[in-house]
Write a protein that binds this ligand. Sequence first.
Ligand SMILES: [Fe+2]
Length: 491
Amino acid sequence: MTITERPTTTDATTTPTMHGGLANLDDEFSYWVGDVEGTVPHNLRGTFYRNGPGRQRIGGTPYGHWFDGCGMLSAFSIYDQKVHFANKYVRTPKYIQETRTQQISYRGFGTQIPGGLRKNVARLPGNPSNTNLVHQGGRILTMYEGGHPFEVDPTSLETVGEHNFDGALKRSMVFSAHGHVHHRSGDWFNFGAGNMGFDRNGPKNCFNLFRIDRSGKMADLAQFPIDRFPFAHDFIVSDQYAIFFVNSILMGSIAPMILGTRTIADGVSFDNNAAMQVIVVDLDTMTEVTRLETDPGAIIHFANAFEDGDTLIIDAMHSDNFEANDALKDIFNAECLRGGEYRRYTINITTGSLAYEVMSPTNSEFPTFNQTKAGQRHQATYMASSVENGHNSFFNAIQRVSFDGDIQLHTLEPGLFGSEPVFAPAVDSSDDADGYLLEVVYDAWKHLSQLWIFRAADIAEPIAKLTLRHHLPHQFHGFWHNDVELKYALP
Ligand SMILES: [Fe+2]
């Protein structure tokens, strides 16, 4: 595939695209942000971590997919109405080697090593550790679902090394980028597609469900058979249950990937005839409760889930295709990156009934909410949206949908592009609506990024905008942590 990058223009007559936000940020910084418009709230204190691909090119050669850039952690430490910024790459073997050689040395989800079949045959994709993170057991783990997590020191952002929970996470096990903290126990649940042996038809596919306790130790592992190996990016945890939606996105045969003739992304496809399966697992016993089927579809990200009697309420983003993969494979030329519609599913555990309603049809992704309400009824969901604002090549709006369905949309000016909004609770407040929404905005006119702070209850206008000294490449996911890790925030 030939990739031609469209130039980002600063010509005042032409609105620039999001593509400038794909430029590498090779430097690592640590500084107090001095360019502040508005006021940082006095009751906002903690650290806003983000993870995402910090570079999309090595030695000038672009990767073949947005998912393949090396993971770079960012940390906004908010303290005494000031904000400190730091960023540091995760020192994966891929990052270390490709930095040294300045050549693409690892295959990726959608990237081949230059040099043809000989360079790619029998080579498994590398691990950029670029998708998400969690702060659990006193450590940060950065995650990528094609490999094991990496431990990072929260006070320095230095990489400690690959992490396998004292050997409990086997080399062959997939470990999703989307674990969820269980609010009642403080345990962290994660999952991964895997296999549970063989039968006459070959490998028996399954989901592995991992329970990691508050200290960061692997406390339990259970397996649940599935009849296909899906593209499974996320699941969700309520107070009592883990809920899996087995997507209609299929991974395809692994043989061409092993032979080096195509990438994983080349083999992924949406099957209009593959019903989604819903698997509900009891978290106390780690056993399956029920299994249902619903229409073909894809849920890439969930928001929240909770119980009301024997009814499960599950909020998620739903798509009836996987066209996003085409845009992600050709991210340097992507015209538009859309998402799904925001749905609320209701499942009756006793009767097995399943229904849904569309809470918002606006193309959106990266749904988030106040994490202190995980597994309980929440006040509102926030998401990155794609709307018509005259320039639509990426997320260009922020949407707030109250639990009852009231929608507030903040559309960015043309040439500004958004990201996953993250809720930060106000300090010392027992009102779960009392908090702030943090959003990194890329200003393509200036090729700079900003941290915007909104009152979470009303996103009409930000109350503060803090401009970094540089751009921040478009990222995937973030994590709010209530403490400030001052070691790296201090000069
Ligand atoms: Fe994700």
